[in-house]
Design a protein around this ligand. Sequence first.
Ligand code: BG6
Length: 504
Amino acid sequence: MNSTIKEQPTIFIIFGGTGDLNSRKLAPALYNLFLEGWLPTQFAIIGTGRTPLSKEQFAEKILEGVNKFSRSGEAEKEKWDQFAQHLFYQPSDIKDATTYTEFGNRIADHEQEWNTKAHVIYYLAVAPDFFSIIAENINKAGLATDQEKTRIVIEKPFGHDLQSARDLNKLLAGIFDEHQIYRIDHYLGKETVQNIMAFRFANSIMEPIWNRNYIEHIQISVTEQLGVEERGDYYEGAGAMRDMLQNHLLQLLCFVAMEPPVSFEADEVRDRKVDVLKAMRRFTQEDVRASAVRGQYGAGWLEGKEVPGYREEKKVEPQSNTETFAAVKFFVDNWRWQGVPFYVRTGKRMHQSLSVITIQFRDVPHLVFPSEAMESWQQNRLIISIQPEMSIRLQVQAKRPGLDMVLNTVDMVFDYKGTYTSQAPEAYETLLLDTMLGDQTLFMRGDQVEAAWDLIMPILNTWQGNKSLHFPNYSADSWGPENAEALIARDGFHWFTLPVNGKK
Ligand code: BG6
């Protein structure tokens, strides 16, 4: 329970109220915040969308989402009835000015009932094409005048490229102050991602070794078994680079590579992350060929089920050039990281769903053991597993019990399941709460988004200008195209996955 929140009357206006994101993520997150006492005493959630629905029908739809997707399982009737009293619905045409007059009236009604000014959070859970029109109409209707109490939350993708991100930033900056704009990257809300900062900056033993002198290379893998399925429409214009790498993977990289902030203030943390993006080596077209690999999945079998190739998915061009896999070798050109490669990869329809960061340390300077002692010699590795397993493991060499001296690799593991009994909140719970609290640490600042686009534009441009002649080039249930193996093998490494039961 948080007293600041309790006394902060809040109205959420959710654009895309009948959409998938609301059912799967936002509504369950708001419901869980409610259950755990993290919503204000006075709050209203107003869903809006084109479909005409009554308040009751909307509540019914939201309940379906909660029952299906909430981490707390099916809603308990008594609690749900209390929550549902705060749900409202307004059918709308987001291009029509009267829609916004109606929002204004609703806000005024709640404020009158509560006898106080409310915080208003506009949540844009809609396709990116609508971001500008909604922001402009909010402004025209005079609904953005209170800079302290009005906030806008924008889902990714934030722009389609550097220019469109700049245009959107400019448009928003003409209406809102930066402190009112919450650009979501839901990876930042994940418990294990936030823990990277705790692990690095709350432990004195990490900092001395967290640099090029001790670290040989770093890998970030975010792989999914999921295919594109119903999202062909959106994905055709996005691909793995725009959908995952420009945002989620680069954000993970920033957490690993950033300098220690002097405080936990939102802008201080975000400044340090922008520093990383600015220090990252830019690509020429030649570099793109040597350092970036794209892939597209073909048909195959996954966990006993036959799955279509990307080009056979709904709303996907039969000759599509969109990549569903991307792997890139980056460098961060600063004192800490000079010469340390960061290999990142992401793909759909892969063998396993895993989000894992692996830090491989340099080898010992001198081997004192005879070769027969080193049965499974391996350099030290720190493996931060973000999902589905939530753990941090340090792999070290140890003597195997016995009369002979044989070394093998063992894992020192901190695993959330074994350490904590409480359930971790979902990323959206953390991020919605932070929006209410006005804490932007885990949100993308405008310059951060632009710096990330700036970095990957040469890759996108090169790929767009040169169609791949080899698509599809990996099958479902694989670890991606062979070129991705070659990308890392050229440097003498291979992609790591999470050890199963302590084994590689
Ligand atoms: C979204 C992407 O941002 O992240 C999806 O648009 C992807 O394509 C999803 O599946 C992955 O998120 P998570 O939390 O399931 O790892």
